[in-house]
Design a protein around this ligand. Sequence first.
Ligand SMILES: NC(=O)c1ccc[n+]([C@@H]2O[C@H](COP(=O)([O-])OP(=O)(O)OC[C@H]3O[C@@H](n4cnc5c(N)ncnc54)[C@H](OP(=O)(O)O)[C@@H]3O)[C@@H](O)[C@H]2O)c1
Length: 245
Amino acid sequence: MTQQIRTAIVTGASRGIGAEIARQLAADGIAVAVNYASSPDAAEAVVADITAQDGRAVAIQADLADPTAAKRLFDAAETAFGHVDILVNNAGTMKLAPIAEVEEAQIDAQVALNLAAPIRLMREAANRIGKGGRIVSLSSSVVGLYQPGYGIYAATKAGIEALTHVLAKELGPKGVTVNAVAPGPVGTDFFLAGKSDALVEQIEKMNPFGRLGTPTDIALVVRFLAGEEAAWISGQVIRANGGVV
Ligand SMILES: NC(=O)c1ccc[n+]([C@@H]2O[C@H](COP(=O)([O-])OP(=O)(O)OC[C@H]3O[C@@H](n4cnc5c(N)ncnc54)[C@H](OP(=O)(O)O)[C@@H]3O)[C@@H](O)[C@H]2O)c1
């Protein structure tokens, strides 16, 4: 019998950390559904990178703030590849404001994309991913640092960590591992937007290496957790942050 190719959905894989996760998983021979919301050209460029290396990938548009998107994304990935083995909950957004000043739209955007969408995706994964499957979600090292201004964002990521611990216990009997990776600051659009060079320099100095993380620093951890070598690791949150906390 020929061995089935392993397949993954990576949410928010058109740019930043997600794009590099898609490339790293593809380098392990995994077929990747490259999800995006509004950047088709960037998503197709990631697919082209992967296919140029003889990998397999397909771009799938799904705005995960829409409650119906998780099911549609899984359906589309199954149509493309026949089955799904790995879910990487990567798409996220961050809107900084002290809790006293936080606006309704900032609450809604972060809760919808960072928390409600991963819950719906985990529900699909729990029903569709079988033995040997992997679920990896992106938390953040702000869980632990708890700086002013990060309240809503940190709450959504703390929620991801809670879901990870519970789902690991629910899916262990099925042979599926569930983990989270909590990056420190990584030099993507997400982190750099609206920050002065001086502020970025100050943040770089918060960790003992004196630099920002790179998408590859984070994607290699996800690649490990998604791989067969990580079969005995479940219910864990790995803080990939250069030792900042
Ligand atoms: N960068 C950091 O310093 C840092 C630190 C800790 C944790 N994280 C976490 O790491 C993850 C990735 O961050 P990043 O820095 O790579 O972000 P990024 O560069 O801003 O990329 C965000 C990705 O999410 C997608 N996306 C945005 N809204 C979406 C939606 N409604 N539905 C589906 N996809 C959507 C974007 O797609 P489009 O291109 O189509 O908009 C893009 O591919 C996030 O969960 C973030 O919280 C980041």
